[in-house]
Design a protein around this ligand. Structure first.
Ligand code: ADP
Length: 560
């Protein structure tokens, strides 16, 4: 086991070895004029510079995803970073693209998003806290729009917005359950018009998705103009364009749109940009950052949030059409502990060897492997090695994968950095040579229920979908508005293929319950809210914040 925590490893290495960001930029052909520095170790890359470069077929895209995780996460970011470092050790021009952390998980239960052990991006604390301010810019832009809506109503409501049908919510980048439902505008005529409102977490907001899918500043503005903020008294949609504030909202995001460049502990150039959650949003870093990694490296390694049923499905069905390139290889991260968890072992007992539970939980990995193979992309399994894993467990897992014709590589990047990922990197390079034909899951022209059926039956392994009366009404309205040709962004628990977080493994014959849709026209998808998934999470009984501190010299403890 690493004797040191993630923050201790990051801090020690940052002090000893972090390189000026200008040197990292230079590695990928960027001159000081091409970047805007945020201190010595972080920079944004100018959009004009990126626009001058193209992506060719020679550039390889590797998508890292995972099985259904335990609440702690299964090491997707860690493996993504370690794989990038390993490819660099093999003298490949590797560039990584990751999501930006949200303060919700950082202060809550899951921790940050900078990897772990010796496979981390740095400066770790900066990236996990305020970074280059993108999250704050998104929060401000979102809430500026909310203020402009209420101001419009206060001053005569020319657009006849029905204040009971405003769908645009305020946001905050922290889990705060007390803000899920609020009443605003109390206090009399000069204090606004009272109405019921609510907050989402910033990373679930449509603006975050818009930022992540935009391909340029003008595309960002186009998308923002299309956002539906609610409905008028005749139940017709009201957009940002109707409010005439697309320009103001776009300018608040002009810097946030530029991809952020940092480095791994082994100096591999890494873009960390955009961070929608995968359970309640589309779960992938920005199109611009992934394109930047593709343009500036020969191998772009990126990840999609939570399990492959959420993040990877959305990467493939929502992001790929905007990116204009599909992955050439998929890496599925599995851990012995999460497979045992999916096989019915309690969280407290995951460190004990249990081959029977591992075999039972393998059904979960098997379904994810077959799901990814449906898209026609070669799959490699990365076994993210934990110190408690036994040799018998690793061998069993490798044999189970081999029986499916898939290579499973024991990967130890958390303990050894890139050196622990060389075998994985070699296996991925081999898989990149496999002939394949990419096959999307559904056609955009399909109806809303056809698209949802495809996801539920071909990815989740479920049988049918039940819609509430509201969801049925919405589907009819959306079809009448011509919105039904958009892809679907499922909002679902990350712990299960079903919409019930307690049903682990690979359940069959289940029903998915769609309670409501949210039309995210700026992002260009329809969110289907299933089960009890919430767009403003709550903090746990013992949030990570309770274990954090900073001393008089600025040394931080408790970040992970
Ligand atoms: P994900 O991206 O799947 O959410 P992360 O890569 O963020 O997961 O890892 C979650 C946490 O687990 C981090 O704190 C990381 O340090 C820890 N972790 C990841 N891999 C290992 C490992 N092999 N051994 C021990 N801890 C690990």
């Amino acid at each position: 086991m690493n004797a040191m925590s993630d923050i201790e490893i990051a801090r020690k290495n940052e002090q000893q070895a972090i390189k000026p960001i200008t040197e990292i930029a230079q590695q990928i052909g960027l001159q000081p004029d091409d970047i805007e520095q945020y201190g010595s170790y972080k920079a944004k890359v100018k959009l004009a510079t990126l626009a001058q470069q193209c992506v060719s077929n020679a550039h390889r895209l590797i998508l890292v995803t995972s099985i259904n995780p335990t609440p702690a996460g299964e090491g997707k970011s860690t493996v993504t970073i370690g794989l990038g470092d390993a490819l660099k050790r093999l003298n490949k021009r590797a560039v990584i693209a990751l999501r930006e952390p949200s303060l919700g998980p950082v202060m809550g239960i899951k921790g940050g998003a900078t990897g772990g052990g010796y496979a981390q991006v740095v400066p770790m604390a900066d990236i996990n806290l305020h970074f280059t301010g993108d999250m704050h810019a998104l929060t401000s832009a979102n809430n500026t729009l909310a203020a402009l809506i209420d101001n419009h109503i206060q001053h005569g409501n020319q657009l006849q917005i029905d204040q009971r049908r405003i769908t645009w919510k305020r946001v905050l980048d922290i889990n705060d359950r007390a803000l899920r439902q609020v009443v605003i505008g109390l206090g009399g005529p000069t204090q606004g018009v009272p109405r019921q409102d609510g907050f989402n977490i910033t990373v679930a907001s449509e603006l975050m998705a818009v930022l992540c899918l935009a391909t340029s500043l003008s595309d960002l503005k186009q998308r923002i103009s299309k956002i539906v903020i609610g409905y008028n008294i005749n139940q017709q949609p009201v957009t940002v364009a109707d409010l005439k504030v697309a320009g103001a909202i776009t300018l608040l995001l002009k810097d946030a749109l530029k991809p952020n460049l940092v480095q791994t502990l082994e100096h591999t150039p890494t873009f960390v940009h955009g961070g929608p959650f995968a359970n309640i949003a589309h779960g992938c870093n920005s199109v611009l950052a992934t394109q930047a990694a593709l343009k500036l490296g020969d191998y772009a390694i990126t990840e999609a949030g939570f399990g492959a049923d959420l993040g990877a499905e959305k990467f493939l069905d929502i992001k790929v059409p905007q990116l204009g390139k599909h992955p050439d290889a998929i890496v599925l991260v599995a851990t012995v502990r999460a497979l045992k968890y999916n096989g019915g072992v309690a969280l407290a007992d995951l460190k004990q060897e249990n081959i029977a539970a591992l075999k039972a939980g393998f059904a979960n990995l098997k379904r994810h492997i077959q799901n990814m193979q449906q898209y026609g992309v070669p799959v490699t399994v990365a076994i993210n090695h934990f110190t408690a894993d036994t040799a018998a467990e690793i061998t069993t897992l490798q044999q189970l994968c081999q029986a499916l014709g898939v290579q499973a590589v024991d990967t130890n990047v958390w303990a050894k950095g890139g050196a622990g990922g060389i075998d994985l990197a070699k296996a991925v390079i081999t898989s990149l040579a496999e002939q394949h034909t990419y096959q999307p899951l559904y056609e955009p022209q399909a109806s809303i229920p056809e698209k949802i059926n495809a996801i539920v039956q071909k990815i989740y392994g479920g049988k049918k979908v039940e819609y509430t009366a509201k969801a049925k009404r919405q589907m009819a309205d959306f079809a009448a508005n011509g919105w039904d040709k958009l892809p679907i962004c499922m909002a679902k628990t990350q712990y299960s293929f079903t919409d019930d977080p307690k049903q682990l493994g690979a359940p069959e014959d289940f029903t998915i319950h769609v309670r409501e849709f949210v039309p995210d026209l700026g992002a260009g998808f329809l969110v289907a809210l299933t089960g009890h998934v919430l767009t403003m999470p709550g903090l746990p009984k013992h949030p990570a914040a309770l274990d954090m501190d900073i001393d008089a010299d600025g040394n931080i403890t408790g970040l992970f």
